[in-house]
Structure formats: structure tokens, C-alpha cells
Design a protein around this ligand. Structure first.
Ligand code: 2PG
Ligand code: MG
Length: 405
């Protein structure tokens, strides 16, 4: 198939910040769009993000090179984009533009073949090996961020995200219902505690009030989990996004400068005090290998250390840090790397290295549900999609729809 035209539009994300929408039209007048989310706590090695005017310039380069070319698979399209870009982080073409083209093209292909987006991804990248159908039915854990801090909120929390990890509890619909109920009850508890009227909400729909310290949100959520006898189905997770509170070689935590050792001890205390604390994402800054090394933990101990800014959905980094044993799970965000093919390769690399895969949204989200299809296609272990409210709810709904559960 040939691409006739690509139209770029500047739209707004859930923070009302500018982002891109890409419309791809084929020579048979089939057209599909993709919208690109944006992150605030970004890894330094993430794909470059272009604004509309930069992206328009780069689109001209792409348009000229693409002219008259026949492209029949997502991989062909992505190989073309990666080849034309030729940089380590899509700094020539813009990773948000290349991802938009890549996702829109995958949608066109799915339409042409008469299948859902997740099926096209599965066929092309994840194979149809025996047993795959079984795996596909695996319901992913839901990482839902109910208390926001760090760069996603205006409160006093250094840690960016406090998540409920929904691990069980019946069908997806039943699990989400329990999560919604829990979210509301937590709101009630925090409202009583806050006493300042309406609860502020952070970028990912979580509550964003002030707390005594960084462990208090975990203590409150833990108590509530036990109160509702949800401890079999719910666990807790944090995303420290520690690069954001790193200052030189130290960390600014609860008003003090502390070193890596002290931060590590803080997490170990959390794990000791909060038995159901299951996952620690980016507990140290992306360049603090010593920290990750000290905290080494793997799934055998029932806990996971998750790489995000550290790994930026890059298969090479994932392989390296998995081999060094620094992480036991990894966040997969398509816009960190900039094409569908490379995103799928990152997932495959993670699986081969025995890491759990968690397909994730960004803090600045759009209506685009691509990540849910990616999660299903690649039989992800988890999806990280924010609190069940506002714009985030579309991801929950798509999850129920395509997993048909
Ligand atoms: C993260 C993400 C999503 P952002 O750090 O994991 O929760 O935040 O999109 O701002 O990078
Ligand atoms: Mg993160």
C-alpha cells in the first residue's frame, strides 16, 4: 500500500498542553489517526519530542522520501522511518511524529485486513505460537495511581505515584468496579483528613493533598485495603521517579539532602513496614546504578523493581540492565522510543530476559488507546493507566472491551 498524505494537527493533551495528532491517508483513501501522549518526568534518553512547526518541517523530509513507496507491514514502515532518521533518539525526525505515523499506519493495516489493532500487532511481532492463545487470555495487573506527588502534583510528596496494583478479583469488570469503589473510599478518608474542602487531583487523576511524610499514603492505603478485605486482590506500588528529586549525587527527600544509601534504607523500611508493597519503580535516578544494584530484588521474593527512566523502552538498555540484575520488571511506553516496531522489540527483549512487562500511559494523555492493544498483543503482565477517572477511564473501558472480560 502507498501513503498518499499525512496530515499533522496540534491538539491538547489531558494537561491542556500542546501535542500532536497524525492523520495518515493511503492511495485508496483509507485514513486513520494517532495521538501522542506526553511525559513530564522523562528519561534523558527518551526519543525527541518536536513541536508542530518542527514536526511539519520533518514531515516534508518524510513525505519526499516516502513518495511512491509501497509499504506492506508496520515493520517496513518503521524500518523506513528509523533509517531516514539515523539518530539514536529520533532527533532528526522527532519521536512523537515517527510514532504517530507508525501507529496510524498500523491502524490502516488492521482495517485493510479486517482485524483489530491488537491482532495486527500480534501477528506481526508476537507470533502465533502454540500457547499464545492461552497467554492472551491472561488478565494484566492494573497499576492505578491513586495518590499523585512529585512533578504530577502541587503537594509535598517527593514520590510521584502511589499505586494500587490490582492482581486478582474476578473478571476485569469486577476488578475495575472494586478499584473504583476503593478510589472513592480513599477520597472520603483523605477528605476527612484534609478538612480543606474539595480534594485536589493530580495529573493522573490521583488525590494530591499534603501528607505527613512519603510513607503516609502507603499506610493509609494499606489500612483501607485490609478494611475492605482486599489484600488477596490488591497490592501497592510506588513510582518514585527519583531522577526528579536527585540533586547532584544526592537526593532531596522530605526537606533534607540524603545519599543513595539512605534512600535505599528508606525503601527497605517501607518494604518491611508495608508488607503488601509489591513494586518500586525508578527508586533511584536513571544514572544511579549503585542504588539499583543495592536494592536488587527479583520476583522470587514477591517484589519487583521496575525500570522506566532507566530503560526508556530501549531493547539495548533493557537487555543490559536485566543482565546486570538491576531490575525485575520494565515499563513500556511507545513514545519513549518512537516506533511501534521498536516498542514491540523492547517488550520481546524484556520477556526473553525474564522481566515483567508493564505497558504504560504518560501523565499527559490523549484519547488514543493504542497502549491497551499493545498490552493485549504482547500479553503484558501489567498495564499502568492512572486513576479510574476523567480521561484515564477510556483506557479502562478499552481494556474491558478488547479483553472481553
Ligand atoms: C512515569 C510516567 C507515567 P510521565 O513516570 O511513569 O506515570 O510519568 O509520563 O510524566 O513521565
Ligand atoms: Mg515512571
Amino acid at each position: 500500500m502507498k501513503v498518499k498524505d499525512i496530515i499533522l494537527r496540534q491538539i491538547f493533551d489531558s494537561r491542556a498542553e500542546e501535542t500532536l495528532e497524525v492523520d495518515l491517508i493511503t492511495d485508496e483513501n483509507v485514513s486513520f489517526w494517532a495521538q501522542i501522549p506526553s511525559g513530564k518526568s522523562r528519561g534523558s534518553k527518551e526519543a525527541a519530542v518536536f513541536d508542530l512547526s518542527e514536526a511539519q518541517k520533518s514531515l516534508k523530509v518524510i513525505g519526499n522520501a516516502l513518495h511512491g513507496k509501497k509499504i506492506n507491514s508496520v515493520r517496513e514502515m518503521d524500518d523506513f522511518l528509523v533509517g531516514l532518521d539515523g539518530t539514536a533518539n529520533k532527533s532528526k525526525l522527532g519521536g512523537n511524529l515517527t510514532l504517530g505515523i507508525s501507529v496510524a499506519f498500523a491502524r490502516v493495516l488492521a482495517f485493510e485486513k479486517g482485524v483489530e489493532l491488537n491482532e495486527i500487532l500480534k501477528w506481526e511481532f508476537f507470533g502465533e505460537a502454540k500457547g499464545e492463545a492461552e497467554k492472551e487470555r491472561k488478565i494484566p495487573m492494573i497499576f492505578s495511581n491513586l495518590i499523585n506527588g512529585g512533578s504530577h502534583a502541587k503537594n509535598n510528596l517527593d514520590i510521584q505515584e502511589y499505586m494500587i496494583v490490582v492482581k486478582g478479583g474476578g473478571s476485569l469488570r469486577e476488578r475495575i468496579k472494586k478499584l473504583v469503589h476503593f478510589y472513592r473510599q480513599l477520597g472520603g478518608v483523605l477528605e476527612m483528613k484534609n478538612k480543606k474542602g474539595k480534594l485536589p487531583i493530580g495529573d493522573e487523576g490521583g488525590y494530591a493533598v499534603d501528607f505527613k511524610n512519603n510513607i503516609e499514603p502507603l499506610e493509609i492505603m494499606e489500612k483501607l485495603i485490609y478494611r475492605f478485605a482486599l489484600e488477596k486482590d490488591f497490592a501497592l506500588g510506588i513510582d518514585a521517579a527519583a531522577s526528579n528529586f536527585q540533586r547532584g549525587k544526592e537526593y532531596r527527600f522530605e526537606g533534607k539532602l540524603i545519599n543513595t544509601k539512605k534512600l535505599e534504607k528508606t525503601y527497605k523500611d517501607y518494604l518491611k513496614k508495608i508488607e503488601i508493597l509489591y513494586s518500586l519503580e525508578d527508586p533511584f535516578a536513571e544514572n544511579d546504578f549503585e542504588g539499583f544494584n543495592e536494592l536488587k530484588m527479583d520476583s522470587r521474593h514477591g517484589k519487583i523493581v521496575v525500570g522506566d527512566d532507566l530503560t526508556v523502552t530501549n531493547p539495548d538498555f533493557i537487555n543490559k540492565y536485566a543482565e546486570e540484575g538491576l531490575i525485575s520488571a520494565v515499563i513500556i511506553k511507545p513514545n519513549q522510543i518512537g516506533t511501534v516496531t521498536e516498542t514491540c522489540e523492547a517488550m520481546i527483549a524484556a520477556k526473553k530476559s525474564g522481566l515483567k512487562t508493564i505497558v504504560s500511559h504518560r501523565s499527559g494523555e490523549t484519547d488514543d488507546n493504542f497502549i491497551i492493544h499493545l498490552a493485549k498483543a504482547g500479553a503484558a503482565d501489567g498495564v499502568k493507566i492512572g486513576a479510574p477517572i476523567h480521561e484515564r477511564i477510556y483506557k479502562f473501558n478499552e481494556l474491558m472491551r478488547i479483553y472481553n472480560d
